[in-house]
Design a protein around this ligand. Structure first.
Ligand SMILES: [Mg+2]
Length: 122
């Protein structure tokens, strides 16, 4: 699931993930994302940190509470507002600074699904 308040970013990431064979859902806010989670099997997340309303750090915590096996990445243009330690503390797997190379996001998704696959086999 991609959560970003900028439609161009959502579309760009969604196309990239679809191109790599993943099914993607997009939300334009933390609130919308939490709503979508009720009917979504999503387990890998790319969250914009700077969202109107509930921010990405709080959303990360909320997703992990609801779905502990989720792998969640931060994607931000505002790295100075959210320090790396804060991202780690919130439970983000890693974080990316915009503009992100799309191949990096695809690699991150691959890594996340592999990791979840290993967890399930335990
Ligand atoms: Mg934003």
């Amino acid at each position: 699931m991609v959560v970003d308040d900028e439609p161009q970013i959502r579309n760009m990431y969604a196309l990239a993930f679809q191109g790599a064979g993943y099914s993607v859902e997009c939300a334009d806010s933390a609130e919308a994302s939490i709503q979508m989670l009720k009917n979504s099997p999503a387990s890998v997340f790319f969250l914009d940190l700077n969202l109107p309303g509930v921010d990405g750090v709080s959303l990360c915590k909320a997703i992990h509470t609801q779905r502990p096996m989720s792998v969640i990445y931060a994607v931000t243009g505002y790295a100075s507002l959210f320090e790396l330690w804060e991202c780690r503390e919130a439970g983000f797997e890693d974080y990316f600074i915009k503009p992100v190379r799309l191949s990096m996001l695809i690699q991150a998704a691959e890594h996340a699904f592999m990791k979840q696959h290993r967890w399930r086999r335990r």
